[in-house]
Ligand binder design. Structure first.
Ligand code: UD1
Ligand code: CA
Length: 453
């Protein structure tokens, strides 16, 4: 059997979240819970992923539109088995299918791979992951015979007093042979305490059909932690944060304050980089070797090259070159490409601009929609005036220009190579190479003015 499909159940409202948002769209480390599950499935080798949606399904689809997924609608929540029935068209006789929940963000690809290996070795029709827990109330209990062979799953509400004591529970992670699952779904009924179609009833059905059915027991239940409330969301976030920060620390990154450092699993960080407290790194952020990031810095989809330093800064969709320093208190907005050995100092905002190597923008400056060359010096308080209320225009500043303090550059305008601008100028015309532009009222001192009043 080749090819692995994954079906993720995410039709529930999650009323205990007390939220307008469907539960699975709540985020951990900047990523929705359901995407954490999707990534685990993909990393475990699943080539096709489908999601069963219900409550605000259109919102779920919209939030996941950048991903290649199939969707199936479960209009009414008639149980986990019913949710899978709604996706019957997704199932393929010749492919295994993983069934996961959208609200278990801590699940790892490693554990799924172990399950898949176990399932193949035993050539089962279905294999689930079970866990031994201290308090099994609320879960499905795994009933085994005297020899330890799997007998059935019984839901807590349907269990006898004796069965209720069984501490081996169903974690809700399954892998089926596609053909076996299709066959079992046809035989599911809802004759139980909750009047629901229970997916775990398929286990007993397949066993009676002579198929291999087993539960792979694990000791660590934290991976299967289902998030039902905001308190649990914070707890899951805490567990994931610890796991991720540990990974980076074991791979050559210094994290000064792991309790206050939030790194998404998608982020890459090079060797000997130091992350200071209060740092949040999200999206496709990539950080090179020997960088210093933070304190109090948020980077989303930012590439930072070797040796750069970024402190007290917010940056999104940008590139920061080698040995460049940014901050404190800089704001780097999308489509900014900042070269090597650049200085971006305090209260500087950069948007949709390219800044060449060795340029210095030390303080209180706005650079928007600009092409800035190399070795340029920006005086304090320079503003590129890029917007006339209707349209945006670009500013070009060529290599080695020197911009005096408190200059306004009214775009579109070009500041020529090696030219100078006198402080306090409002530049409306292009400046040719190597010239000095002075664009301010000449100062007059009026003699005896005070006495004359
Ligand atoms: C389920 C299992 C139980 C297991 C436990 C582990 C069943 C009947 N029981 O119980 O054996 O120990 O998970 O957490 O499966 N969902 C839908 N559509 C539905 C019902 C549920 O999409 O009609 C989704 C929910 O959004 C949720 C997941 O399936 O993400 C689990 O459903 P839930 O009702 O929480 O199942 P449990 O009662 O916890
Ligand atoms: Ca649950």
């Amino acid at each position: 059997m080749s090819g692995l499909k994954t079906l993720i159940l995410a039709a529930g409202e999650g009323s205990r979240m007390k939220s307008k948002l469907p539960k699975v769209l709540h985020k951990i480390m900047g990523i929705t819970m359901v995407e954490h599950v999707i990534d685990a499935a993909k990393n475990a080798g699943s080539d096709e992923v489908a999601v069963v949606v219900g409550f605000k399904g259109d919102e779920v689809k919209e939030a996941l539109k950048d991903r290649e997924l199939k969707y199936y609608l479960q209009k009414e929540q008639l149980g986990t088995g019913h949710a899978v029935m709604c996706a019957d068209a997704f199932l393929d006789d010749n492919k295994d299918v993983l069934i996961l929940y959208g609200d278990t963000p801590l699940l790892t690809a490693d554990t799924l791979k172990k399950l898949l290996d176990f399932h193949k070795e035993e050539n089962n029709g279905v294999t689930i992951i079970s866990a031994i827990v201290d308090d099994p109330a609320g879960y499905g209990h795994i009933v085994r015979d005297e020899k330890g062979a799997f007998v059935k799953n019984v839901e807590h509400k349907d269990a006898t007093d004796e069965e209720k004591l069984v501490k081996e529970i169903n974690t809700g992670v399954y892998v089926f042979k596609g053909s076996s699952l299709k066959k079992a779904l046809k035989k599911l009924n809802n004759n139980n305490a909750q009047g629901e179609y229970y997916l775990p009833d398929t286990l007993e059905i397949l066993l009676k059909d002579g198929e291999g059915v087993n539960a792979m027991a694990v000791n660590d239940v934290s991976e299967f932690y289902g998030v039902n409330s905001r308190v649990q969301l914070a707890e899951a976030s805490e567990i994931m944060k610890k796991r991720i920060n540990r990974y980076y620390m074991e791979n050559g990154v210094t994290i000064c304050d792991p309790l206050n450092t939030y790194i998404a699993p998608s982020v890459k960080i090079g060797m000997d980089t130091v992350i200071y407290p209060g740092t949040v790194l999200e999206g496709n952020t990539v950080i090179g070797d020997d960088c210093k990031i933070g304190p109090y810095t948020k980077l989303v989809d930012v590439s930072v090259d070797d040796g750069a330093e970024i402190k007290f800064t917010s940056a999104t969709e940008a590139y920061v070159g080698k040995k460049t320093t940014v901050g404190p208190y800089a704001y780097i907005r999308p489509d900014s490409k900042i070269g090597d050995n650049v200085k971006i100092g305090d209260f500087v905002e950069v948007k949709n601009s390219v800044i060449g190597n060795g340029t210095k923008v030390s303080h209180l400056t706005y650079i928007g929609d600009s092409d800035v060359g190399e070795r340029i010096n920006f005086g304090c308080g320079t503003v590129t005036v890029n917007y006339d209320g209707k349209k945006k225009f670009r500013t070009t500043i060529e290599d080695d220009a020197f911009i005096g303090c408190n200059t306004n550059l009214i775009a579109p305008v070009t500041v020529g190579k090696g030219s100078y601008i006198a402080a306090g100028s409002t530049i409306t015309k292009d400046i040719p190479e190597d010239e000095l532009a002075v664009a301010r009222a000449r100062q007059q001192n009026i003699k005896g003015w005070k006495k004359s009043k």
